[in-house]
Design a protein around this ligand. Sequence first.
Ligand code: 9D3
Length: 245
Amino acid sequence: MLIELLTLFPEFFNSPLSQSMLQRAQSQGAVEFRVLNLRDFTFDRHRVVDDRPFGGGPGMVLKIEPLVQAIRAVREQDPEVRVILLSPQGFLFSQDKARELAGQKHLLLICGHYEGVDERIHFYIDEELSIGDYILTGGEIPALVVVDAVTRLLPGVLGGEGAVEEESFQTGLLEYPHYTRPRDFEGHEAPEILLSGDHQRVARWRRQEALRRTAKARPDLLEKAVLEDADREFLATSTDSDKKD
Ligand code: 9D3
């Protein structure tokens, strides 16, 4: 897969793309990253990429010409490229979307900045994605979030760890808690049941902990999760106000 990143801050990506999994994925040939400097797609003397908003107001707007020059240059090389703008107005990025994008040959991720991007960009892109409801300074970190989530799904990238296959067995619940040695750390003991060797009791305990945590932190997930009668029974009793969280 080829992932191109269009940005005003190309240096921003140097370190993250050279780290751990992303670097390994590149060496393996599973993915290639190319960082494009938006300023290289200007043709005026001063290489201007932004301008004041029509109608007034604070801040600057990314000009349409350099953006479209860059998109055209990439589309000319590959008409199949999927062009994605990262913006706070986009659809929410998700694991489903990561899976969908991992099936593509070529992505162009456009990082917005300043107060926004000229609205006419929408005639030239395929979709617009946000990573969540908080305000960042630009689309660079969101682009890296997409890169990371998509790259780890590419064939061979996790090196046979099986973590990705395991995800297809996901329950729609948060994970159960994990413990390893030492058994007692500063008086905080690992749950006795995990050391019992009783696999059935361990499995039931883990299921219930997953349910408890999900009900507390992400009750929205419970609505879509596939639950057994025993799960509902557990939730009905464990989430009573007299029970500890
Ligand atoms: C003060 C300007 N903002 C009004 C709330 C608009 C604005 C424009 C551009 C706010 C942030 C940004 C920069 N952010 C992104 O480009 C961005 C983003 C984000 O801020 N949050 C979550 N996902 C994304 S994807 C791109």
